[in-house]
Ligand binder design. Structure first.
Ligand code: PNS
Length: 169
């Protein structure tokens, strides 16, 4: 029997409890879930792709069929290279829908052999995004309800480093 593989692409800058919820649920639906961190040259992320991969590996280490990789280029090309049939995306609210629908339809035109599966985010995390986590942390707010402890530590450390660098300049 062929292995069912799905790719969950994203920025994960940083990974949140919302992403983790999607990862856990998606991993139960397939034989292997590849969490794919986009190396996006257009954006300046808080964490490098390597850092994001490392953080994701730490928080998914107990889920046996999850692999974390980075990729650049199109998600569908990465999915095909990995032999994946599915892309997984989380939907939090109607505001996500238009962009996600457009992306899924474009991906489907480019790669009819790769289907997008949408999982609705657990209501507990429907408000949550990496952007708001970064915003709260950048002002010294507590992010422990949004991300796992190892990630909170890494984010806080990153802003501490940035602030001490700014002071020196
Ligand atoms: O976590 P994000 O930033 O919402 O993830 C967006 C992501 C990485 C899934 C999307 O930007 C993406 O797939 N980028 C790679 C280029 C691509 O395949 N674009 C889709 C065609 S419209």
């Amino acid at each position: 029997m062929t292995k069912r593989i799905a790719v969950y692409p994203g920025s994960f800058d940083p990974v949140t409890f919302g992403h983790l919820d999607i990862i856990k649920r998606a991993s139960e639906m397939v034989d292997e879930l590849i969490v794919a961190v986009l190396v996006n040259k257009a954006k300046t992320p808080l964490f490098s792709a390597d850092e994001r991969v490392k953080m994701l590996r730490t928080v998914t280490k107990d889920i046996g069929n999850v692999r974390v990789e980075s990729f650049s280029g199109l998600s569908v090309d990465f999915a095909r290279k990995e032999g994946a049939e599915f892309l997984v995306r989380g939907l939090r609210a109607i505001t996500d829908f238009e962009y996600e629908l457009q992306m899924a339809q474009t991906n489907r035109i480019m790669a009819p052999d790769v289907d997008t599966i949408f999982l609705t985010t657990n209501l507990k995390f429907a408000y949550l995004s990496s952007t708001t986590v970064r915003e709260v942390a950048s002002y010294g707010g507590d992010i422990s309800r949004f991300v796992p402890p190892e990630i909170a530590k890494a984010v806080e450390e990153k802003y501490r480093q940035q602030q001490s660098r700014q002071k020196q300049e």
